[in-house]
Unconditional design. Structure first.
Length: 77
C-alpha cells in the first residue's frame, strides 16, 4: 500500500466511514474531534515511524486526508 491508501484506510477505520473518502473532504464533517485527531496522529506516527511536532498539529494541517498526506510526506522526505 502507498501513503495515500494507508492514510485513507486509517481515517476510514477511525471514523467508521464506509463510503468513499475524497482528498479534500473535511474530516470534521465525518466526526473527527480533537480526541480523535490525537488518536489518529498517534497511529500515523507509529505506522510511518515519524514524529509530529506541536506546530504540525494545528487543526488546519489535519483537516483533510490530503493535508495529512502532505504532512506525512514532508516528514518522510
Amino acid at each position: 500500500m502507498n501513503i495515500e491508501e494507508i492514510v485513507v484506510n486509517k481515517i476510514k477505520e477511525k471514523l467508521n466511514i464506509n463510503s468513499n473518502l475524497l482528498p479534500n473532504d473535511d474530516l470534521n464533517s465525518f466526526g473527527l474531534d480533537s480526541l480523535g485527531s490525537i488518536d489518529l496522529i498517534l497511529e500515523l506516527e507509529d505506522e510511518f515511524d515519524i514524529t509530529f511536532e506541536s506546530e504540525d498539529l494545528f487543526i488546519d494541517n489535519i483537516s483533510t486526508p490530503e493535508k495529512i498526506i502532505k504532512l506525512i510526506r514532508g516528514k518522510l522526505d
